[in-house]
Design a protein around this ligand. Structure first.
Ligand code: HEM
Ligand code: SF4
Ligand code: SF4
Length: 538
């Protein structure tokens, strides 16, 4: 039963993954990976939040918070001041709708790319209250216009709330007869419409607490394009009200905002109890998703103090805020040391790739580094590299560092699998080429805009370009190194690019074949000293 459920979730995930890839990869080519809007959904969510906040504050200048004059004040700002306050009203409404679009697509995408289990449960789980808060903000907003739609929203919401045993007396009664309506309830809605978004901002801050360098702002070009699109929509189809409330009549036909109110018509069809049951079951299921089934986790990265000089590179590069620098606990002459929080570590190995002590040129017995993966150590990585290199043959021996999540993952021969390509320190590539273990090296990661470990592709590019420590040494022949950013569903493109690279390398002047034996590659220590960078621990 549980297995069937897990299989079903995996099948849904796979369908969604294909759908996202199908949309995203052409957008990568159209906009470039950095500008692809589908890779910026969280950032766009924040961006639209700020637009909603600023336009909301502007509208508040013109809005009369008393129930008697609320409708009139909204009409006034929409018609008389259409060119500024009216446009702001449309910005407020459309940016809110876009927040819903961003939230839903962002959630589906994190699910499709399996970014919600294991350590990542925290971001997922804290996303659930955001859904409720966003909907509460939107629904209370429709209430404030105090037009026919507001009446409908007020009536249905009150009936829904009355179904819960919260209020002493039914609040829906307020909206069926003019006599009992209290403006206090309206003021409560005004208050909620301001307070709930503040809670939402707080929830959004918590949501990204365990993410290092979260993308909270979209690239400027994307932000400008979004603003232009919002302005165009605001001028073309301005947000308007739907006629003044008449509490003596029940609202009959109102135009619904399908982004915020899709469940409202269901209260008639299903009844209030069933709508609550649906909302409860949906929220519970979403909240439990990270454990349906849980992700099997490898052992967390471990620090070896004897090889840590407290340079903090690992802490800067970790995508999950799993490393912090703390006061030194041994007697080595450095002020700080790295400390891993195992509950945040996803064992991506990026820290190992960034540590200056990760130098494969050292002899086996010395091959320890500042921070290592217990289940896949630097030593084991080097052994796999040497063993795989020994199997390479043909006119061009190409060694592939293949990310487990990218297009090279299924490649059968000559590939060294890695949880993330940024786990391989640049000195390992230097090692492979300078020791003539291969004629060329391919680093095969995920699609650039959808790196499974968020920052692996960016760090790799920057290290190779000499923009980030530890950088790839200048002596490494760049024409013998190729990066291929291809998603798991682009294995065809990966193979084509790999074959083209192999052809190009085959046409280069031949290099002498090396013996793949470790002993032959790593000579005696006095001839091959460990090359620790300055300041690191010998
Ligand atoms: C308007 C609401 C939301 C905003 C503004 C928002 C924003 C963000 C941002 C900025 C990130 C960091 C992205 C990055 O730099 O890699 C993020 C990550 C994430 N969000 Fe949201 N989010 C929202 C709602 C949700 C919801 C409802 C869910 C799911 C229930 C969710 C699930 C996640 C997950 C799982 C991650 C972590 C991704 C990773 O570890 O790579 N988010 N979100
Ligand atoms: S393995 Fe990855 S998640 Fe764990 S500490 Fe290193 S960089 Fe951070
Ligand atoms: S020496 Fe290595 S383990 Fe220590 S702080 Fe620097 S990168 Fe981290």
């Amino acid at each position: 039963m549980a297995q069937n459920g897990a299989r079903m979730i995996a099948a849904v995930r796979s369908v969604l993954r294909h759908a996202f890839e199908w949309i995203e990869r052409p957008l990568d080519r159209l906009f470039g990976p950095a500008l692809n809007p589908v890779a910026q959904l969280g950032a766009l969510g924040f961006f639209f939040f700020w637009i909603v906040a600023v336009s909301g504050i502007y509208l508040f200048i013109f809005f009369d918070t008393g129930i008697e004059r609320a409708y009139e004040s909204v009409e006034n700002l929409t018609n008389k001041h259409w060119y500024h306050a009216g446009v702001m009203r449309s910005f407020h409404r459309y940016a809110s709708d876009l927040m819903v679009v961003m939230l839903v697509t962002h959630m589906l995408r994190e699910f499709a790319y399996d970014h919600y289990r294991g350590t990542r449960w925290f971001s997922w789980f804290t996303g659930v209250p955001i859904i409720w808060l966003l909907y509460t903000s939107g629904i209370t907003g429709y209430w404030l216009v105090w037009d026919k739609l507001a009446q409908y929203v007020a009536l249905v919401s009150s009936e829904l709330l009355d179904w819960l045993p919260i209020f002493g007396e039914p609040i829906a009664r307020n909206f069926v007869s003019t006599g009992t309506l209290t403006s206090r309830f309206f003021s409560l809605m005004v208050f909620m419409h301001i307070a709930v978004p503040l809670f939402m901002l707080f929830a959004m801050w918590i949501h990204i607490l365990h993410i290092s360098r979260p993308k909270m702002n979209p690239p400027r070009t994307l932000a400008v394009l979004s603003l232009v699109a919002l302005l165009a929509a605001s001028l073309w189809n301005p947000a308007v009200s739907q006629g003044q409330v008449d509490l003596s009549k029940a609202p009959v036909a109102v135009g619904l905002d399908w982004f915020f109110l899709p469940l409202y018509p269901l209260t008639d069809l299903w009844g209030n109890g069933a709508v609550w049951a649906f909302l409860g079951a949906f929220s519970l299921m979403i909240a439990l998703m990270p454990w349906l089934p849980p992700l099997r986790r490898a052992k967390a990265a471990a620090v070896d103090l004897a090889h840590c000089n407290g340079c903090a590179r690992c802490a800067e590069d970790c995508p999950y805020e799993a490393i912090r620098m703390v006061r030194r606990t041994d007697d080595l002459p450095f002020p700080t040391e790295a400390q891993v929080n195992p509950s945040l570590c996803v064992s991506c190995g990026i820290c190992m790739g960034s540590c200056p002590s990760s130098t494969p040129f050292r002899r086996s017995e010395e091959l320890r580094t500042g921070i290592d993966l217990p289940d896949y150590s630097l030593r084991e990585l080097r052994e796999r590299v040497i063993a795989t290199a020994g199997t390479l043959e043909g006119p061009a021996r190409i060694l592939v560092f293949a990310c487990d999540h990218g297009g090279g993952a299924g490649h059968l021969s000559g590939a060294v699998p890695l949880p993330c390509v940024a786990m391989a320190p640049p000195s390992l590539i230097d090692f492979v080429l300078s020791k003539n273990l291969a004629d060329g090296v391919v680093v095969a990661g995920c699609a650039e805009s959808a790196c499974y470990h968020r920052l692996g592709a960016a760090w790799t590019e920057q290290r190779f370009a000499g923009e980030r420590d530890p950088y790839l040494r200048a002596r490494v022949p760049r024409d013998r190194l190729k990066t291929i950013w291809a998603s798991a569903l682009e294995s065809g493109r990966f193979e084509r690019e790999l074959a083209a690279f192999a052809d190009a390398v085959a046409a280069m002047p031949a290099t002498a074949s090396a013996s793949p034996s470790l002993h032959a590659i790593l000579p005696a220590p006095e001839r091959e000293p460990a090359r620790l960078p300055e300041g690191s621990v010998p």
